[in-house]
Design a protein around this ligand. Structure first.
Ligand code: PEP
Length: 249
């Protein structure tokens, strides 16, 4: 059975003191849940969050990593460095990484390989821009992001892959894909996976939706059969809101 997941991407928010406060609040609120719960603080606060949540059900994950093991890549962080502070899951391919840091499909494929080689789980993000949707080209865009980033993998590798469909036009804009739009795209994604790897693999992969999910809309979005949870940005920064979304399961 595939897993339901709610993952909070804190992006470049929360210094150490703010991280301490939010992690303490989350720990108090979230001691049992019907889904896996994850938070992705910034690199400098991973160790603190990991220590603070050691006895909690909340998993601490990373927002990004480099594909190399080590070396002359100033400012970058590798999979083994993440693992050394307890991180087992990494978000790759977020639209902000693709747009502002020029992360290409080819680079992301290398990052995916590096994470899997280090026995890490990957939350692989992708999604179309507004112009793509208006031109009814959204399925082509999403299909090619998935193929280019992941289809070099064998089927066994998909045990460690979670997909996150995040339409760029819905991220941080307050505009959400309707539950039907999310379901249609998630069904397309599962069909794309099934065509390459078969139904068994496709039915086991969790597909998260991301884009302005809030406590008020989470339940309806998560009730769709192919939506297995959410990747949450803004609403992950307030304990009450994040808890409200976790409770939607
Ligand atoms: C995100 O950045 O992954 C995201 C979904 O952000 P928001 O929830 O703020 O739209």
């Amino acid at each position: 059975m595939r897993k339901n997941i709610v993952a909070g991407n804190w992006k470049m928010n929360n210094d150490l003191a703010e991280t301490q406060t939010l992690v303490t609040e989350l720990k108090m609120h979230i001691n049992s849940s019907n889904c896996e719960v994850m938070i992705a603080p910034t690199f400098t606060n991973l160790w603190h969050a990991f220590e603070a949540l050691r006895t909690s059900k909340i998993e601490v994950i990373a927002q990004n990593m480099h594909f190399a093991d080590n070396g002359a890549y100033t400012g970058e962080v590798s999979a083994s460095m993440l693992k050394s502070v307890g991180v087992k899951t990494v978000i790759l391919g977020h639209s902000e990484r693709r747009a502002y840091f020029n992360e290409t499909d080819e680079m992301l494929a290398k990052k995916v390989d590096a994470a899997l080689k280090n026995n890490m789980r990957v939350i692989f993000c992708f999604g179309e821009e507004l112009a793509d949707r208006k031109a009814k080209n959204h399925e082509n865009i999403v299909g090619s992001q998935i193929k280019n980033g992941l289809f070099h993998l064998n089927s066994a590798a998909f045990k460690n892959i979670v997909l996150a469909y995040e339409p760029v036009w819905a991220i941080g804009t307050g505009e959400t894909a309707s539950p039907e739009q999310a379901q249609d795209m998630h069904a397309f994604i599962r069909k794309t996976l099934a065509a390459k790897y078969g139904d068994e693999v496709a039915n086991e992969v969790s597909i998260l939706y991301g884009g302005s999910v809030k406590p008020g809309n989470a339940k309806e979005i998560f009730s769709k059969p192919d939506v297995d949870g959410g990747l949450i940005g803004g609403a992950a920064l307030k304990a009450d809101d994040f808890f409200g979304i976790v409770k939607a399961f």
